[in-house]
Design a protein around this ligand. Structure first.
Ligand SMILES: C[S@@+](CC[C@H](N)C(=O)[O-])C[C@H]1O[C@@H](n2cnc3c(N)ncnc32)[C@H](O)[C@@H]1O
Length: 224
C-alpha cells in the first residue's frame, strides 16, 4: 500500500468525523454520530486529557519565546493552541479540510493572538517546512513507512521534535483494528527502539521517552 493511499484513506476518515473528534477534548456535553461518541468514550477522552497534560508539562519546561513551531497533523488545533501563548509562531498543518476549518473556528472562538496559522497539507507526501520545534502528535501510527516519516520530521526540526505514538494495549489494538477495517484506514504499531534508531540516523538524540496510558511520547533534540 502506497503512502498516497494511506494518507488519502486517513484524511477521508478524519475529514468525515472532524467535529466528533474535536468534541473529545471536552469532558462532557457530546452529541453527534453514535459510533464516534463510543470512539470518544473508549479511545479518545482519557487519552486526550492525559496527553494534553503531559504535553503541557513538556512545553512549559521549554523556553520557546523566540521559536517557530510546526504542528504536523494538527487535527482540530488543540495542541497548537496549547503552545501558541509561549512561542513566536505556530503553523498547524493537516490533510483534512474539515479539521483545518474547525481549527480556524476554534482560533476565533478562543481569541488566540495572531501568531497561529493553519493550512491544509499532506505532511507525509508533500515537502514539510522547517521549524525550530516540530510536534507530531498521534499521526505516525497511520503510516507503515515509519522510518521515512521519522526522517522527514527530523529533517524539518531545526532543534526539537516532540512525537507521540500509539502504545499497544491488547483490547484497544483489536477494537481499533475492527474500526479501521470498517472505516477503510489502517493503524500500525511501531517499535519504540526503531523510532529512536531512525531519528539517531539523522542526528536527533532521544532525550525523553515516556509511555503513559495508551500512548508514548518522545522528545528528540538535534545533536550539537
Ligand atoms: C489522531 S489525529 C491527531 C490530531 C492532533 N495532532 C491531536 O493531537 O489532537 C490525527 C490527525 O492527523 C491528520 N493526518 C493524517 N495523515 C496526515 C497527513 N499525511 N498530513 C497531514 N495530516 C495528516 C488527520 O487528518 C488527523 O487530523
Amino acid at each position: 500500500m502506497t503512502g498516497e493511499k494511506q494518507s488519502g484513506d486517513t484524511g477521508r476518515y478524519f475529514d468525515l468525523w472532524a467535529r466528533d473528534y474535536n468534541q473529545a477534548f471536552q469532558e462532557t456535553g457530546t452529541k453527534g454520530n453514535r459510533l464516534q461518541q463510543a470512539v470518544n468514550t473508549l479511545f479518545r477522552r482519557k487519552t486526550f486529557r492525559l496527553r494534553m497534560q503531559q504535553l503541557a508539562e513538556i512545553l512549559h519546561g521549554m523556553d520557546l519565546k523566540d521559536k517557530d513551531v510546526l504542528d504536523v497533523g494538527c487535527g482540530s488545533g488543540q495542541v497548537s493552541f496549547l503552545v501558541a501563548g509561549q512561542c513566536r509562531s505556530v503553523l498547524g498543518l493537516d490533510i483534512s479540510e474539515n479539521m483545518i476549518r474547525i481549527c480556524r473556528e476554534n482560533l476565533e472562538k478562543l481569541g488566540i493572538p495572531g501568531n497561529v496559522q493553519f493550512r491544509v497539507s499532506d505532511c507525509f507526501n508533500d515537502p514539510l517546512p522547517s521549524a525550530d520545534v516540530v510536534l507530531c502528535i498521534a499521526v505516525i501510527e497511520y503510516y507503515r513507512d515509519m522510518p521515512g516519516f521519522i526522517r522527514k520530521l527530523c529533517v524539518s526540526a531545526r532543534e526539537t521534535l516532540i512525537l507521540c505514538d500509539a502504545k499497544r494495549i491488547w483490547w484497544r489494538t483489536w477494537l481499533r483494528k475492527a474500526l479501521s477495517l470498517a472505516r477503510g484506514f489502517q493503524v500500525f504499531y511501531h517499535d519504540a527502539g526503531r523510532i529512536k534508531e531512525e531519528a539517531a540516523k539523522v542526528g536527533m538524540r532521544c532525550e525523553r521517552d515516556e509511555a503513559l496510558h495508551s500512548f508514548r511520547t518522545f522528545v528528540f533534540r538535534r545533536d550539537a
